[in-house]
Design a protein around this ligand. Structure first.
Ligand code: URP
Ligand code: ZN
Ligand code: ZN
Length: 459
């Protein structure tokens, strides 16, 4: 059936216009005032509401074997939570570890999503070692439509690569035109500082941040930038958390390095005092890079408003209370990660738009369009235009609610953002023209999501 979204205020980067959107066969085929309503058309009245392009989360973990356990969501649960929060596409980190075969890992990650996700999805392919078959495997993976890599400069002996492997990955990425995303910390320093703190009896979650201080992240960010500079590759720093690391990234950008920056929801809204809460309450807020001293948040918001932080992701990575307690005797064993896939758009709208920190243009860019452009999805995704996929979010700015694990759809027994107010939420969410969400409820088709094939574009 065709779909007509009537009389909403359509928001895209650089434009706001009151108009109708007509959708046939998954695609936007008309935008204009007072469009006709052909027979067999479902009409959605968007008067008084904003209409955004479907939001894109460029950094999620759904299937993730990590720190002696598995992240809690499946694509069935994670995609429904994403859609209820307005995210119509997510890019999952495909993370085989150093002992796994990369290509087998890629097939495994794909099999976990295929026919299960209710939203569209793509992958960043992690390169967790560089051995003789790596180049041919990565070429095959890129030919399969996965045109972005991921490296970890942390998690020594598990996901982490050394400088030689980073160089080889970037050098290949440059030849293939593939963007490389990177978790930037100094793995050696983290390992040494963890050992030192534990030996001093400092084992609670409050010691997680001091084991990975800002300088350790800034070093990783600066080193990644230097390697980009000397290979000519294009990079993307994931989950940047603090002013020092931002300074390293922006300094490199100013001298012409092709470096882009993502920060994630927890770092804008939560600070290290959350991880300093006693016992498991602190453990719930352990992620890496860690939650930082509060003063960093103003620097992140300012950089986001000015566009030097490109995107806002979640780094969605749910471990439940029982899993967090794996680290009850030492913070080193607390599974790292905070869930957020359902809350990103609403909390960014509330704390960005409603609090006057962001304008609408930057909001839609950071939460959708910029990721589409960087990761080869634009203009199929990330905008509202004739011939684009009809991924649309009719957004009610008058809605008022509260984030809570009692009502969320993420498969986890706590929310990192428990009790936070939201001022706005999607009233209708479509994926390729099909209504998947109405007023906080999933009403659509499970398994509708498609893997998005992407071409390399960073030559
Ligand atoms: O703490 C985090 N960020 N957990 C997920 C893995 C990663 O580093 O992205
Ligand atoms: Zn990471
Ligand atoms: Zn991550």
């Amino acid at each position: 059936m065709a779909l007509l979204i009537r009389n909403g205020e359509i928001v895209t980067v650089g434009s706001r216009v009151q108009a109708d959107i007509y959708v046939e066969n998954e695609t936007i085929t008309g935008i204009g005032k007072d469009l006709e309503t052909p027979p067999n058309t479902e009409v959605i009245d968007a008067s008084g509401k904003l209409v955004f392009p479907g939001f894109i989360d460029p950094h999620v973990h759904i299937y993730l074997p990590f720190m002696a356990t598995f992240a809690k969501d499946t694509h069935e649960t994670g995609s429904i939570a994403a859609l209820i929060g307005g995210t119509t596409t997510y890019i999952e980190m495909c993370c085989p570890n150093r002992n796994d075969d990369a290509f087998e890992g890629y097939q495994l990650w794909k099999s976990k999503a295929e026919g299960k996700s209710a939203c569209d999805y793509a992958f960043h392919m992690s390169v967790t070692k560089f051995v003789k078959e790596t180049e041919s495997q990565l070429r095959q993976i890129v030919a399969d439509g996965t045109a972005s890599f991921k490296i970890f400069l942390a998690y020594k002996n598990f996901f982490g690569v050394d400088d030689g492997e980073m160089y080889q990955t970037l050098e290949l990425a440059k030849r293939l035109g593939v963007i490389v995303t990177a978790h930037c910390e100094n793995a050696e320093l983290v390992a040494r500082l963890q050992q030192k703190l534990v030996a001093e009896g400092k084992t609670g979650p409050e010691w997680h941040e001091p084991s990975r201080p800002e300088s350790v992240e800034a070093e990783g960010t600066g080193r990644f930038a230097t390697f980009l500079e000397n290979t000519g590759a294009t990079g993307y720093v994931v989950h940047l958390s603090c002013e020092k690391a931002l300074h390293a990234a922006l300094g490199a950008k100013a001298r012409g390095v092709k470096i882009n920056v993502e920060s994630v929801l927890p770092h804008f809204l939560l600070d290290k005092s959350y991880a300093e809460r006693p016992g498991v309450e602190g453990m719930k807020h352990v992620m890496s890079p860690p939650l930082r001293a509060k003063h960093n948040q103003a620097a992140l918001w300012n950089a986001l408003a000015g566009g030097s932080i490109d995107t806002v992701g979640t780094d969605h990575c749910p471990f439940d209370t029982g899993q967090k307690l794996l680290g009850k005797d030492s913070f080193v064993n607390i599974p790292n990660g905070i869930p957020g896939i359902e809350d990103r758009v609403n909390l960014l709208f509330t704390h960005g738009m409603q609090r006057g920190r962001l304008d609408l243009d930057r909001f839609v860019d950071a939460a959708s369009t910029r990721a589409a452009k960087l990761f080869g999805l634009y203009p199929r995704k990330g905008t509202i235009a004739v011939a684009s996929d009809a991924d649309l979010v009719v957004y009610d700015t008058n809605y008022r609610g509260v984030v809570s694990a009692k009502s969320h759809h993420v498969n986890n027994d706590y929310s990192g953002f428990e009790g936070m107010l939201i001022e706005g939420r999607p009233s209708v969410v479509t994926v390729r023209g099909k209504v998947q969400v109405r007023d906080g409820k999933f009403v659509g088709e499970r398994g509708r999501g498609k893997m998005l094939k992407r071409e390399p574009s960073h030559f």
